[in-house]
Design a protein around this ligand. Structure first.
Ligand code: DQA
Length: 151
């Protein structure tokens, strides 16, 4: 079975209590369960990782080289700042879908810039934690090689 990783960046370990009006009340553990279920429903084995550190995220992306067929990433604040994470995604060289729980385009202007979007296979914003499920469904199409059906 193809393997994907779901990688989350800083402060997403605080989901559930962090600004619930913006990010909802589900915890990261709830999101992980949901991702595993969504993955197995579409024939993907799902690995899950979160870190608050930019270097730890880069190291983890390196560890995934050769081990995964696709990736879902919510790099959180690093989305808007990190050339290092962008470069690590290019090292990893598998299709990835960028997810943001909130609609970053309806928020502060510094959240409108992403260092990842132009190299992403897809971008999902503002769909709450359900966005992770959408991303996994899209990745399944890409990884199983039948994305052309949608294009
Ligand atoms: C976020 C949006 C980012 O701007 C923010 O820094 C986050 C979460 C989202 O999921 O909506 O931490 O990526």
């Amino acid at each position: 079975m193809p393997v994907i990783a779901v990688v989350n960046g800083p402060n997403l370990d605080r989901l559930g209590t962090r600004e619930p009006g913006i990010y909802g009340t589900e915890t990261l553990a709830d999101v992980e369960l949901r991702c595993r279920d969504a993955g197995s429903a579409v024939g993907l084995d799902t690995r899950f990782f979160q870190s608050n550190g930019e270097g730890a995220l880069v190291d983890h992306l390196h560890d995934l080289v050769g081990a995964v067929d696709g990736l879902v990433i919510n790099a959180a604040a690093y989305t808007h700042t990190s050339v290092a994470i962008r470069d690590a995604l290019q090292v990893l060289d598998v299709p990835f879908v960028e997810v943001h729980i909130s609609n970053v385009h309806a928020r502060e202007s510094f959240r409108h810039t992403s260092y990842l979007s132009d190299i992403a296979a897809g971008v999902i914003v503002g769909c709450g934690t359900q966005g992770y499920e959408f991303a996994i469904q899209r990745l399944a199409r890409l990884v199983h090689g039948d994305a052309a059906k949608d294009e």
